[in-house]
Design a protein around this ligand. Structure first.
Ligand code: G3I
Length: 386
């Protein structure tokens, strides 16, 4: 059922409630007392059960947040989005400067900003092969599996426990499968990921325990697998589908599958995204677009995209959102930061850029307009969210 009909039914049913469900609000419902009547805001046009988010680097953007004097960036971030993902603040290299040290300063600042702006937070990420601190890289050279498990369990229980009740979705395991073009093809990253490497005899057992430790630390958080090049039905998502079934069969509290959706106009758009989402949803999982951006190869000597490139970018963002809107299990749609000046893309993909929905002066791009229109169409008859 298209979400639009369902959300109308939900809206009608909810209106009939005599007493709002205390403390239980849909993903995007604004708590009482919060008013943002801006009809041109993504969060205000989204279905009540779809969080619309952005990544944000708390250390760079939110450490000196003053609600009485927000920066323009902070104003747009709060007005447009109902969910935040820490771009870097909850990764190992930010949280764990030393084996016996946890530094929550910037992550706490991000969570505080989110609370002040009636936003939810997606935790990112508890297990990854990248952005681990030097001490992990060094120590893992000699880890036994038991030693790796001890370090990982302490991290997960401490970090998830620290944010208990404040994170609605966690990317527990990030980018744990190689790509077809990597040495060995699509298989678990038992070389690049230090924890999977130490436990290469039973990596799925480690993953199942990682999800269990996170669940015990915060039973309310929905626990995700998350990866790039995982938008359509392909060899990588086939592997994730099989892993998801195995984890569920083991009783692991896997709750969701996230497709990062880092797209480029260099390549086509994989139209099997909705089909892919539907098969994970059929397992009883939530699905999400977790890191959407659409980078544009900038033509030689050009500082900006052509009109055709801008139109295609708009179509791609909107296609990602439509697939999410068409699958009820899609719980969140997150863009990987804005404006373009904050984007990771130019540093990693020289010659590509203009990837986010906002220009550097915070002018919304056609991609923003297309997403706002799709959200508005998906919630017919509902006034801007109050
Ligand atoms: O923290 C240092 C800072 O002290 C130093 O001054 C600065 C100099 O450039 O570098 C800072 O580290 C940067 C780090 O982000 C901040 O934590 C690294 O240089 C930079 O390479 C790193 O990039 C991040 C990248 O992950 C690392 O792989 C991007 O900001 C971030 O957007 C990107 O996000 C990932 C997701 O987590 C997972 N999915 C893919 C996505 C894109 O790679």
């Amino acid at each position: 059922m298209r979400r639009s009909i369902r959300s109308l039914l939900v809206a009608t049913a909810t209106a009939a409630l005599v007493v709002p469900l205390c403390g239980v609000t849909a993903a995007n419902a604004s708590p009482p007392g919060f008013s943002n009547a801006d009809k041109d805001a993504l969060r205000n046009q989204a279905p009540a059960d779809l969080a619309i988010g952005s990544a944000v680097w708390g250390r760079q953007q939110l450490m000196s947040y003053d609600p009485k004097a927000p920066t323009e960036y902070q104003q747009v971030l709060g007005a447009q989005f109902s969910s935040l993902t820490p771009e870097n603040d909850m990764k190992w290299d930010a949280l764990r400067p030393a084996p016996d040290v946890y530094d929550f300063e910037s992550a706490d600042a991000l969570v505080a900003y989110a609370k002040a702006n009636h936003q939810e937070v997606r935790g990112h990420t508890l297990l990854w092969h990248s952005q681990n601190p030097a001490w992990v890289t060094e120590a893992s050279r000699t880890w036994t599996c038991d030693e790796a498990r001890t370090v990982l369990e302490d991290h997960i229980r401490t970090v998830v426990g620290h944010f208990k009740g404040e994170i609605y979705e966690w990317d527990v395991a990030n980018e744990i499968f190689q790509d077809t073009w990597d040495n060995g093809g699509v298989k678990l990253r038992t070389e690049a990921n230090p924890f999977l490497k130490a436990c290469a005899d039973d990596p799925v057992g480690l993953l199942a325990d990682a999800f269990q430790w996170a669940h015990e630390a915060d039973p309310e958080a929905v626990l995700f697998l998350n990866d790039y090049n995982a938008e359509g039905v392909n060899a990588k998502t086939d592997a994730y589908y099989a892993l998801s079934q195995e984890l569920l069969d083991r009783g692991a509290p896997l709750g969701g599958f996230g497709a990062q959706a880092h797209l480029s106009l260099q390549y086509g758009f994989d139209t099997s995204l909705q089909e892919n989402f539907e098969r994970f949803a059929a397992l009883g999982l939530k699905v999400a677009i977790t890191e959407a951006d659409v980078r544009i190869p900038l033509l030689e000597g050009e500082t900006g995209p052509t009109a055709e490139q801008v139109a295609t970018q708009s179509d791609r963002y909107d296609a990602l959102l439509e697939a999410c809107l068409n699958v009820d299990a899609c719980s969140s749609f997150t863009v990987w930061g804005f404006p373009d000046a904050n984007s990771w893309v130019p540093d990693v993909f020289p010659g590509e850029g203009w990837a986010t929905p906002f220009e550097d002066d915070f002018t919304p791009k056609p991609a923003f307009d297309a997403m706002l229109e799709s959200l508005t169409e998906a919630t017919p008859g509902t006034s801007p969210r109050r």
